[in-house]
Design a protein around this ligand. Structure first.
Ligand code: FO1
Length: 306
């Protein structure tokens, strides 16, 4: 079994490759839920959904979120009523949010609801939310604190960020299976996801970081940063705001206590010595994933390190 830690878009690219280059049933994927929020009364779990749709083959891989070929008629009508329409929930995607919200209202945990959705879509990999408890990534801006989705989608990362908090994380518990997966895996793969808002919340759930430090499995990370810039999203901006160096080295440093091997882009080869000085073996190989072939090739590179 391979344990995989991921956020949304960036991680999904590697996960798609992994699912094609190894037996998907071998993967247990632990997803960030710090991005979860309530929109029109519905519980939205973007990273769980991006992962599930990717593995089910329904993901819109161009956009990096939502369902391929989805339409947005419901949201347009909500807009006519003056309702909020900045978060683009597609008509088919809406069915997932309605189902999840109903299952949660019926008393199921987020893990159980995720399991039902995963099975209904024929996904063979395990998909676990990091926690069933509410953990909310909050972004501090000069105008006050906002949710991650308000920062990411509504404001298109335009706000200046002075801090990031994972509200509720100290009292949260990892979902049963998360710590076990990390401890028992053949290898743990940390996807090229945002270290502050995707992997950061998972690491902050009590017990997760310790499990990563203690696992006998090799922990392999893939850099979400190439030449000081995030491959997708605002990872570089958020790292700088958090006082981290926005580089492959900065990501390796944040993970150095548990990382065995870090995969960086050839363009970042000059950082290899600094990363190895952290005690992390460093492999430089093509990790930019634009095409399906890129995703499969990156997955093969990672699997070769397992
Ligand atoms: N990202 C956007 O940039 N704009 C959107 O309107 C948007 C809608 C959306 C709907 C469902 C879903 O599961 C994800 C969605 N995302 C959207 C992506 C998502 O908010 C982020 O990619 C993740 O939270 C970051 O990991």
């Amino acid at each position: 079994m391979l344990a995989v830690l991921t956020g949304g878009t960036g991680g999904a690219k590697l996960i798609q490759g992994l699912s094609l280059e190894t037996d998907p049933a071998e993967l247990v994927i632990v997803c960030n839920t710090g991005d979860d929020f309530v929109f029109h009364g519905l519980h939205i779990s973007p990273d769980l959904d991006t992962t599930t749709y990717t593995l089910a083959g329904f993901a819109d891989t161009e956009r990096g979120w939502g369902i391929k070929g989805d339409t947005f008629a419901t949201l347009e009508w909500i807009g006519k009523y003056g309702g909020e329409s900045w978060f683009k929930v597609g008509d088919r995607d809406l069915a997932t949010h309605l189902t999840r919200t109903r299952l949660l209202n019926e008393g199921l945990t987020l893990t159980q609801a995720t399991e039902k959705i995963r099975k209904a879509l024929g996904v063979r990999s395990g998909i676990l939310p990091m926690s069933d408890d509410k953990v909310e990534t909050r972004i501090r801006t000069p105008a006050g604190e906002i949710s991650f989705q308000e920062y990411f989608v509504k404001e298109r990362w335009s706000s200046e960020v002075s801090g990031v908090a994972y509200a509720g994380v100290a009292k949260s518990r990892a979902v049963p299976g998360v710590v076990e997966a990390i401890r028992k895996a053949r290898a743990v793969i940390v996807c090229p996801s945002n270290p502050v808002t995707s992997i950061g919340p998972i690491l902050a759930v009590p017990g997760v970081r310790q499990a990563l430090e203690e696992t006998p499995a090799r922990v392999i990370g893939v850099s979400p940063i190439i030449q000081g810039a995030a491959v997708t999203g605002p990872a570089d901006k958020l790292m700088a705001a958090m006082g981290m160096e926005a580089s492959s080295f900065g990501v390796a440093k944040a993970y150095a206590d548990f990382l065995d091997t870090f995969v960086i882009a050839p363009e970042d080869s000059s950082q290899r010595n600094r990363i190895e000085a952290l005690g992390v073996e460093t492999v430089a190989t093509a990790i930019r994933m634009n095409s399906l072939d890129d995703k499969k090739r990156s997955a093969r590179e990672v699997l070769a390190l397992v």
